[in-house]
Write a protein that binds this ligand. Structure first.
Ligand code: FAD
Ligand code: FES
Ligand code: FES
Length: 473
């Protein structure tokens, strides 16, 4: 064990001799901070939500709500965490605690500390008050999606929403607001080991790649929204875990005349905020991807790193004709995303390679859309996902790229559908004919999410929805 430590509710606290895969949630609760709860241990309920001080986009630090059940405590070495206990005390409640209390937003209280932390992150979000009041934003700019990862089983959501919409703005003497004006803690080199294994956070890409070269068995982690579930639910205990989410080289963000370059370790929340609508197809994906809590941790590289056939980003990125920059000590190579997936959870990425950057060529196709078919509107995994990018001029389809997820062992391009569309007039007759082609794409399976026939039917329906939706616009 080494001298790992983090600041919890303002107090520097040694991590101590704990198993290397100990979650931040278990660690906090073992230290008496039992506000955060374990409801599911897989990122679904938000009862474990805490705030971490992350480098911000609009302020030097942003208080970011994350699922403490998914993060290994080792990943927070050198960082700052606030729990519900640190936000306020019974004698001096924080404004979000006060509003939840007076508006009846808590009954059994199991979920409340998690709601408090997610709500506090939104309370401090820079520029919140400038957001327009619509059915998902209060007059105070509060975005209800900030709570999309928090479940309450007994209060009902109206009093919770009332509390959120009643919040004012942080005052000048607000300590957490003042902290946000100072830089966030830097990522520190971390080495932790126990009989369970080893956790290493290298501080340069070169050092990370050297580790992967020497140890092909290493488990790379970024936001841990996928690997945390593997540890908690499926008992995964990698001998070596290598954290890459804070590597500067993996956090590039650039929009130039010819391309958009997104560092693999950027979280979905960061990309959503930084792009600010400049890639409309991705703007459609973000609100449908898990919850705000998950998007605050989940990285774009992690979504491609899983190799999952039901990830939401691959269909969109296939439609956008994206490529990946893969880096290893042997050098870098650029792989079109269409050539990246080779089989079920298999890709061309070698064990010693990291995804460094995702590159989207510009200009973007003029007509794009993302359709996610899932059992719930929010916080659910896709049964089928479809990304569209079409170029239609003078009523003729000049180019078409369609990415599909959930209908084969890998995400794939709907090549037959694309070929059937290109050169044809963009009319209802064409679309109805080609919808039948689209319904035959892939090799969908029956599973607990959907039957193969439902998946095929959804493909054909999706094209019709895209056509008729486009007419409305
Ligand atoms: C409650 C819940 C809801 C979810 N909902 C959705 C959803 O709606 N849509 C969806 O698509 N996914 C969803 N997911 C899955 C998950 O959040 C995403 O796949 C996410 O993008 C993973 O990113 P991460 O940074 O957390 O990856 P991690 O869990 O850290 O890593 C995942 C995998 O990617 C690899 N990896 C990470 N970064 C790199 C890199 N730079 N280079 C190479 N390999 C890398 C890791 O080695 C690991 O194998 C959900 C997960 C949970 C727990
Ligand atoms: S315990 Fe349910 S999200 Fe963490
Ligand atoms: S108050 Fe009981 S679960 Fe929310």
């Amino acid at each position: 064990m080494t001298n790992l430590a983090l600041t919890v509710n303002g107090e520097r606290t040694a991590i101590g001799a704990v198993p290397v895969h100990t979650s931040a949630l278990d660690w906090l609760r073992d230290r008496g901070l039992t506000g955060a709860k374990e409801g599911c241990a897989e990122g679904e309920c938000g009862a474990c939500s805490v705030l971490v001080a992350r480098p911000g986009i609009d302020t030097p630090t942003e208080w970011t709500a994350v699922n403490a059940c998914l993060l290994p405590i080792a990943s927070l070495d050198g960082q700052e965490v606030i729990t519900s206990e640190g936000l306020g005390t019974p004698a001096a409640l924080h404004p979000v605690q006060e509003e939840l209390a007076v508006r009846g937003g808590s009954q059994c209280g199991f979920c409340t500390p998690g709601f408090v932390c997610s709500m506090a992150a939104e309370y401090y979000r820079p520029g919140r008050s400038a957001c327009a009041g619509d059915h998902e934003h209060g007059a105070n700019g509060f975005d209800l999606h900030a709570l999309s990862g928090n479940l309450c089983r007994c209060t009902g959501y109206r009093p919770i929403r009332d509390a959120a919409y009643a919040l004012g703005s942080p005052g000048e003497n607000d300590a957490f607001g003042a902290r946000a004006a100072e830089p966030a803690p830097a990522a520190v080199a971390t080495g932790m080991h126990s009989s369970e294994g080893e956790f290493i956070r290298p501080t340069t890409l070169d050092a990370a790649l050297a580790l992967l070269t020497d140890r092909p068995d290493a488990q790379v982690v970024a936001g841990c929204t996928d690997t945390g579930v593997q540890v908690n639910i499926f008992g995964s205990r990698p001998a070596l875990t290598v954290a890459i989410d804070r590597l500067d080289e993996l956090r590039e963000f650039e929009v130039s005349a010819g391309e958009v370059r997104l560092g693999a370790a950027l979280t979905l929340t960061e990309i959503e905020r930084r792009l600010a609508g400049r890639v409309p197809l991705l703007s459609e994906v973000f609100p449908q991807f898990a919850s705000r809590l998950i998007r605050n941790g989940a990285t774009i590289g992690g979504n491609l790193g899983t190799g999952s056939p039901i990830g939401d980003l691959p269909p969109a990125l296939l439609a956008l004709d994206a490529s990946l920059v893969l880096a290893s000590r042997r050098g870098e190579r650029v792989v079109p995303l269409a050539d990246y997936f080779t089989g079920y959870r298999q890709t061309v990425k070698a064990a010693d390679e990291l995804i460094r950057t995702i590159v989207i060529p510009l200009p973007l196709a003029p007509m794009t859309a993302f359709h996610k078919i899932a059992k719930r509107r929010f916080d659910d995994i896709s049964s089928v996902a479809i990304g569209y990018a079409l170029d239609i001029r003078d009523g003729i389809v000049r180019d078409a790229r369609i990415g599909l997820g959930g209908v084969a062992a890998t995400p794939l391009r709907a090549r037959d559908t694309e070929a059937a569309l290109i050169g044809q007039p963009w009319t209802e007759t064409t679309v109805r004919t080609v919808a039948a082609v689209m319904a035959n794409e892939g090799t969908p399976m029956d599973d607990h999410r959907a039957s193969s026939s439902y998946r095929s039917a959804m493909l054909g329906q999706s094209l019709l929805r895209f056509y008729f939706g486009g007419l409305d616009v």
